[in-house]
Design a protein around this ligand. Structure first.
Ligand code: C5P
Length: 289
């Protein structure tokens, strides 16, 4: 039995593009998206305990409550149920990612909890089984289980291989506005659907990737700007930054990203943004590192 303490990073999920390709009968939207991870991350730690509990800290902890419907606790209960055991663990979540911000923070936390508890409880379920359990918690949880670049299809749960990505830097910016995903989807009611993207096998450098991505879109950007005009200000500020190859909103917003040739270029640009906006810059997250 493995009874060690398990800590897992929950890196931000960034949608380099997001096409809404259709709508299911249950109201969920069909998507085509290329998800990458980093540079900012939450942290989920798990330790043995007689009962299930969740402690919160970090700069965005105040916006969350350790209530039974917290996604981390729901993930713990779903995993225990699949394993046929009692959900016993002391969980701790360090919340560094802004909440309800389009970078999959809650999904990343749930996925990290699944990985941490899989280790703590000695289950060895493997990524595919954890992703299936995660799909019941939210459409973005499966892609966050592996936290590596992936093409998302279906409602987000159908994963396939991403093109080979070049070295690049990302700058994430959030103006301090929370956007509820269902509200953003609702605000695009009546809008047309966009066909899935045609992607190459890979890109040699960030500039080539940015050129191809510029022909694609995030279909949730316009409805998010309608609900939260500050998103347009963030995008305009990103586009002004030296070395910014592409600026786009991630997920259902309000977090936007700038794509740069290197993580150093992204970090230098971060210092030029107006004060008061949350930002984080660096390279893509590598789960093997
Ligand atoms: O799956 P998740 O809980 O993250 O989704 C939150 C809400 O976002 C859903 O209830 C739905 O309204 C909307 N959504 C959608 N299509 C998706 C993903 C989410 O309409 N593919």
């Amino acid at each position: 039995m493995s009874h060690f303490e398990a800590g897992e990073l929950a890196p931000a999920k960034v949608n380099l593009y997001l096409h809404v390709t259709g709508r299911r009968a249950d109201g969920y939207h069909l998507l085509d998206s290329l998800a990458v991870f980093g540079p900012a991350a939450d942290l989920v730690a798990a330790a043995p305990a007689a009962a299930l509990s969740l402690a919160l800290d970090g700069p965005f902890a105040a916006g969350l409550a350790a209530e039974p419907d917290n996604l981390v606790l729901r993930a713990a209960r779903a995993l225990a149920e699949a394993a046929g055991i009692e959900a016993r663990a002391a969980l701790a979540l360090t919340k560094r990612l802004p909440i309800a911000s389009g970078i999959g923070g809650g999904s990343a936390d749930a996925a990290a909890a699944l990985r941490a508890l899989d280790r703590l409880w000695g289950l060895d379920f493997g990524a595919a089984r954890l992703a299936r359990i995660g799909a019941g918690l939210g459409a973005d949880v499966p892609v966050c289980v592996a936290s590596r670049p992936a093409r998302m299809g279906g409602v987000g749960e159908r994963l396939s291989t991403a093109p080979v990505l070049p070295e690049c830097g990302l700058l994430l910016v959030n103006p301090g506005a929370a956007l509820a995903t269902p509200a953003v989807f609702r605000a695009r009611a009546g809008a047309c659907f966009t066909p899935p993207a045609v992607l190459p096998d890979g890109w040699e450098d960030a500039a080539a990737m940015a050129r191809d991505l510029a022909a694609l879109r995030n279909d949730l950007e316009a409805p998010a700007i309608f609900l939260c005009p500050m998103v347009a200000e963030v995008l305009a500020a990103l586009r002004e930054l030296p070395g910014c190859l592409l600026a786009r909103m991630s997920g259902s917003g309000a977090t936007c990203f700038g794509l740069f040739a290197t993580s150093a270029a992204a970090q230098q640009a971060a210092d030029l943004l107006p004060n008061g906006w949350w930002r984080d810059a660096g390279g893509l997250y590598d789960p093997a590192a």
